[in-house]
Design a binder for this molecule. Structure first.
Ligand SMILES: NC(=O)c1ccc[n+]([C@@H]2O[C@H](COP(=O)([O-])OP(=O)(O)OC[C@H]3O[C@@H](n4cnc5c(N)ncnc54)[C@H](O)[C@@H]3O)[C@@H](O)[C@H]2O)c1
Length: 274
């Protein structure tokens, strides 16, 4: 898709590009294609894995490591990013998720509560932390746009999504509640994008992911939205074309969230009845 230069002159921070499958990887490429300058950030362990270094080179973007659960790291990140840009930031993407319970195969009725704390801290509270740090530093410009990526398991139960569902509900709630304060005081908007199942490292860590993916593909009138589609939507949400959109959870899912039954799903179900 061609570039519309919707983000010409804008400056942003992109959290969560791990490898070329990552949604944040595609967002980084698309925002730069649309005229933005960015700083890339991820946890120290992700930076050591090295793939993000190539993305940094490709996009001429500095890498600043930050564990998104560490206030100290976030303070350093937002101040270094502002030094780099010589001023405030216009947009931020939170594209972070991780559940030790999912990783270790603990089911929802057998959670390890230390793991649950970690899931919530990494996948949701980190969003509050980055917003609080940014606001205290007055790091985001008037009209700035902040996005986090969510999933429909925040509203409806998806068997196997486990404690990530609770993390996503909290993430969306933080977006609404911080959206009030940041909007009123500084004109900064905050939204979550509820994305289709997407073939990435975090995505395929969820038990039965291929079935989730196929089910959503068959149920969605437009089919699943992929990482490139998501990146295009992020560009629009970071642009001045969506200046009055805030505190929303926007479904970017090919129509999945409002479909009850589709032709493709009926056909599939019919096969098993036969
Ligand atoms: N893949 C899907 O099916 C899907 C669907 C809807 C929403 N999402 C959401 O999209 C976001 C991005 O995930 P993805 O699918 O691109 O997978 P991904 O594995 O590529 O990205 C997850 C990122 O989180 C980062 N991360 C983990 N712990 C961190 C920490 N302590 N500090 C900083 N960064 C940390 C990882 O390094 C990685 O870059 C997540 O919030 C995920 O829940 C994914």
């Amino acid at each position: 898709m061609s570039s519309y230069q919707l983000l010409k002159g804008k400056k942003g921070i992109i959290f969560g590009a791990l490898n070329e499958k990552s949604i944040a990887w595609k967002v980084a490429q698309k925002v730069v294609e649309n005229g933005a300058e960015i700083v890339l950030t991820n946890a120290p362990v992700a930076l050591r894995m090295g793939e993000i270094q190539q993305l940094g080179k490709e996009l001429n973007a500095p890498l600043i490591e930050a564990d998104a659960t560490s206030i100290e790291d976030l303070n350093n990140l937002f101040s270094e990013a502002q030094k780099h840009f010589g001023g405030q930031i216009d947009f931020v993407l939170h594209s972070i998720g991780m559940s030790p319970n999912v990783r270790k195969g603990r089911t929802y009725d057998n959670l390890d509560y230390n793991f649950l704390q970690k899931t919530l801290d990494v996948s949701a509270i980190s969003f509050h932390k980055m917003l609080q740090v940014a606001k205290k530093q007055d790091a985001i410009a008037q009209g700035g746009s902040v996005l986090a990526l969510s999933y429909i398991a925040a509203q409806r139960s998806f068997y196997g999504y486990n404690d990530m569902a609770d993390a996503k509900s909290l993430l969306e709630s933080i977006s609404r509640n911080f959206g009030v304060v940041y909007g009123q005081e500084k004109g900064v908007r905050i939204n979550t994008i509820s994305q289709s199942p997407t073939m990435t490292t975090a995505g395929s860590g969820v038990g039965g992911f291929n079935l989730f993916y196929d089910f959503a593909e068959k149920m969605s009138p437009l089919g699943n939205a992929d990482a490139d589609d998501c990146a295009n939507f992020c560009v629009v949400m970071f642009s001045d074309l969506t200046r009055k959109v805030t505190m929303q959870n926007i479904f970017h899912d090919g129509g999945f969230s409002t479909t009850g039954m589709s032709v493709a799903a009926m056909e599939q179900y019919q096969k098993s009845l036969n």
